[in-house]
Design a protein around this ligand. Structure first.
Ligand code: CO
Ligand code: CO
Length: 348
C-alpha cells in the first residue's frame, strides 16, 4: 500500500506556514532597500513585492509553496498553482510567468504521482494564461510544491494592504473553513462532500474577483489581500494595522464551507491555534458563538480576496461577481481610524 500524499507532511497546506510571531522575530533586522523603484516590499506584510520598471509598468513577484493538502496529486497541483497565483491577483496584478519550487523525499511518491502534481499545476497555470518557464527541485524529508509567480501591474492600480479607507465595505470572495475541513478528513471526520466542496474552492482562481475589482474606477478598492495561512483574523488584522484603521466584521454574514462550523471546535489546525494566540488585536464580542471566532482563525489554503470597497461600489461588485459564479459577500466595514489600545478588528 503506497503512502498517501498527505502522509508525506506534518502539517497540511497553508497550515504549514511558519507562525506569524516567529516570522516577525526572524525578519525584524532585515536590511531595507533604498532603491526608489521598490514600490511594495515586506514591511507592510503585503501579498507580493512590486518594482517599477523604467517604462512605467511594474513587476509583481511572489513565491508560495507548501505540503500536500489533499491526497489526489492532480488536485494538489492545481491548488498549489491557484494559491501561488492568488498573491498577484491580490495586488491588482496580472500574472504572466511561473517557476516551480519542489521538494521531494528520497523514497517519496512514485514518478507517476509527482507527474500528476506537475500536470495539475501546469493546467491551472494555463487556465490563468501564465507561462511556466522552469523551476527548482531539492530533496527534503517532506513533499512540498508551489510556484514563484511573476506578474505585472500598472503602478496606479496596485492594491495594497496598507491603504484601507474608513467607510469602505469589506468584501470576501470565497467561503472560509478549508483548514478545518481538510484536517477533519485526515481524522476520518466530515463527509467526502465537505472535502469536495473545499477542494473546489481551493482550486478556484481569484482571477475573476481581481478582474471585477479592476473594472471599478481606480481608488474604488482601497485595500486588498488574499486570505491564506493567517486566517481571516490574521489577514484582516494585517490590513487594519498597516492602514491605521479598525475593521468590523459581522459573524452572521461570514460565508463558510459546508460542515466547517460544526467541525471547528475539534479540528482547527495547529496554525489556527497559533493565529488565535498571535492576533490579539482581533477581538470577538461576547455574543459571538465561539465557532465563528475559530472559523476566522482557520488557516486558509488558496482563500478568497478580502477587499475594502467604496460603499456605493461594493454591492455592484458583489452582484457582478455573483453573476460570474464567484461566492462574494459583504462581511463588514472599515469602521474608524485606529487609536492606541483599541482592537484592530472586531468580530460582532
Ligand atoms: Co497573500
Ligand atoms: Co503568500
Amino acid at each position: 500500500m503506497p503512502k498517501r500524499l498527505t502522509e508525506y507532511a506534518d502539517c497540511a497546506g497553508c497550515a504549514s506556514k511558519l507562525d506569524a510571531a516567529l516570522l516577525a522575530e526572524l525578519t525584524v533586522d532585515l536590511p531595507i532597500s533604498d532603491d526608489p523603484r521598490v514600490l511594495v516590499d515586506f514591511r507592510t506584510s503585503d501579498d507580493a513585492g512590486v518594482y517599477r520598471w523604467s517604462n512605467g509598468s511594474a513587476l509583481v513577484q511572489t513565491v508560495d509553496f507548501f505540503t500536500p493538502i489533499v491526497d489526489d496529486p492532480y488536485d494538489f497541483g492545481q491548488i498549489a498553482a491557484a494559491n501561488a497565483l492568488s498573491d498577484v491577483y491580490a495586488m491588482g496584478g496580472q500574472p504572466r510567468t511561473a517557476l516551480a519550487v519542489t521538494t521531494l523525499p528520497k523514497n517519496g511518491p512514485s514518478a507517476e504521482v509527482i507527474r500528476e502534481v506537475f500536470r495539475g499545476g501546469a493546467d491551472k497555470l494555463r487556465e490563468a494564461g501564465v507561462a511556466l518557464l522552469g523551476g527548482h527541485t531539492v530533496t527534503d524529508p517532506e513533499v512540498k510544491f508551489g510556484y514563484s509567480i511573476t506578474g505585472e501591474v500598472h503602478p496606479d492600480r496596485i492594491l495594497s494592504n496598507a491603504t484601507a479607507r474608513v467607510g469602505d465595505l469589506l468584501v470576501l470572495t470565497k467561503p472560509l473553513g478549508t483548514g478545518i475541513i481538510v484536517r477533519a478528513r485526515r481524522f476520518g471526520q466530515g463527509t467526502t462532500e465537505f472535502l469536495d466542496a473545499a477542494v473546489e474552492s481551493m482550486k478556484y482562481l481569484n482571477d475573476q474577483a481581481a478582474a471585477a475589482a479592476g473594472r471599478l474606477n481606480p481608488g474604488d478598492v482601497s485595500a486588498c489581500t488574499d486570505v491564506t495561512g493567517f486566517g481571516l483574523a490574521g489577514h484582516a488584522t494585517e490590513i487594519a494595522k498597516a492602514s491605521g484603521v479598525t475593521l468590523e466584521i459581522r459573524a452572521s454574514d461570514l460565508p463558510t464551507l459546508p460542515g466547517s462550523l460544526a467541525l471547528a471546535q475539534e479540528f482547527l489546525p495547529c496554525g489556527g491555534r497559533a493565529n488565535l494566540r498571535f492576533y490579539t488585536g482581533f477581538v470577538a464580542s461576547a455574543s459571538v458563538p465561539p465557532e465563528w471566532n475559530l472559523i476566522c482563525q482557520d488557516p486558509q489554503t488558496s482563500g478568497g480576496l478580502l477587499m475594502a470597497v467604496r460603499p456605493e461600489q461594493a454591492t455592484r461588485l458583489v452582484d457582478d461577481l455573483t453573476a460570474t459564479g464567484v461566492h462574494a459577500t459583504v462581511i463588514g466595514r472599515v469602521a474608524d481610524p485606529w487609536v492606541e489600545g483599541s482592537p484592530l478588528v472586531r468580530l460582532l
